[in-house]
Design a protein around this ligand. Structure first.
Ligand code: NAD
Ligand code: UDP
Length: 319
């Protein structure tokens, strides 16, 4: 099949490209590098099943020839990324998603929207089921991301209802692995980079906020199962293994091995960074299990080992 991946030079997008090529498909990746990197797709350049189009999907999203599927992953995704690029984030979710949906409609392609656990905001229901409508501050600093993704979901459903486009909505929870941007400020690259550099691991606040971390190969498997399924309504894709950020810091330190001299410190970042920080987050993945036969397989220890190996090699490279 011929498949477009917007945001294909990003962390998750580049792994999606790898997996689709391994499955025998022809992949067209589209990206404007606002938060992604050429390094993530360097190994694919020149591959006969791979094409790359440098393009901002807010401006246009078009490819020549037939298309079987569009996976719309293009959006800044880390809190630092969307705080630095608030307008671009809102426009990626709105104009960008509109352009990608219009392309899918015209080509008769199926369409998968990368949504997020952030549509639940700082959730009052725990764990979060897809039926929960969420608790989002519509004017808070995180709203540029949360509301853009909520708009993108609504637009995706409108394209399904009005035009019959075969749409899918994946609500992705915290995902980690190689090719995360070391400087994007998310907790995984922060802690792992700090651990491999023997610097203190910076736990924000008292470390009692919770998250559940899914390794990227599991996440990609869930996304593709959803893409090829018939399920139109949103599906949570993420690990149900909830832990506090303090426990996560301890897990990273342990996975980095006895040579890791990092201490765990409690740190107060700028207020903007932690405003509306969700206090508890854990997906209910019953729908993914029953509809897609999906559940994560990679343990946190194994996933962290692979991620640490990647970041260790990265920081050892000459500048
Ligand atoms: P990322 O920043 O590594 O990847 C996003 C990619 O989209 C980047 O390469 C960026 O340059 C590109 N992009 C952004 N705006 C664009 C535009 N207007 N035109 C073209 N390209 C554009 O982030 P990621 O973690 O790989 O996230 C991928 C998708 O998954 C995003 O839509 C994100 O919202 C969603 N998601 C990720 C997570 C996670 O834990 N990583 C969790 C929930 C949802
Ligand atoms: N966090 C932390 N130390 C860091 C970076 C993040 O304690 O160096 C916390 C952050 O406050 C949040 C959690 O880790 O409670 C996850 O943050 P991240 O930025 O990875 O993404 P989020 O899940 O909030 O989108």
């Amino acid at each position: 099949m011929r498949i477009l991946v917007t945001g294909g030079a990003g962390f998750i997008g580049s792994h999606v490209c790898d997996r689709l090529i391994a499955d025998g498909h022809h992949v067209i990746a589209m990206d404007n590098f606002i938060t992604g990197s050429r390094n993530n797709i360097a190994h694919l350049i020149g591959h006969p099943q791979f094409e790359f189009i440098e393009c901002d999907i807010i401006e246009s999203c078009w490819v020549q020839g037939p298309l079987d599927a569009v996976l719309n992953l293009a959006s800044p995704a880390s809190p630092v990324g969307y705080l630095d690029h608030p307008i671009e984030t809102m426009l990626a979710g709105s104009h960008g998603t509109h352009n990608a949906l219009e392309l899918a409609r015209r080509k008769g392609a199926r369409f998968l929207q990368a949504s997020t656990s952030e549509v639940y905001g700082d959730p009052l229901e725990h764990p979060q089921r897809e039926s929960y409508w969420g608790n989002v501050n519509p004017i808070g600093v995180r709203s540029v991301y949360d509301e853009a993704k909520r708009f993108a979901e609504a637009l995706t459903m409108a394209y399904h209802r009005k035009f019959g486009v075969a749409t899918r909505i994946a609500r992705i929870f915290n995902t980690y692995g190689p090719r995360m941007d070391i400087g994007d400020g998310r907790v995984v690259p922060n802690f792992v980079a700090q651990a491999v550099r023997n610097q203190p691991l910076t736990v924000y606040g008292d470390g009692s906020a919770t998250r559940a971390f899914c390794y990227v190969s599991d996440l990609v498997d869930g996304l593709l199962r959803l893409l090829w399924s018939d399920e139109v309504m949103p599906v949570n894709i993420g690990s149900p293994h909830e832990m506090t950020i303090l426990e996560f810091a301890q897990a990273v330190k342990a996975a980095a091995g006895p040579e890791c001299a990092s201490e765990i410190v409690f740190y107060q970042p700028r207020q903007e960074r932690i405003a509306d920080d969700p206090q508890r987050r854990q997906p209910d993945i019953t729908r993914a299990c029953t509809l897609l036969g999906w559940a994560p397989k990679v343990s946190l220890e194994e996933g962290l080992r692979k991620t640490i190996d990647y970041f260790r090699a990265l920081v050892q490279q000459p500048a």
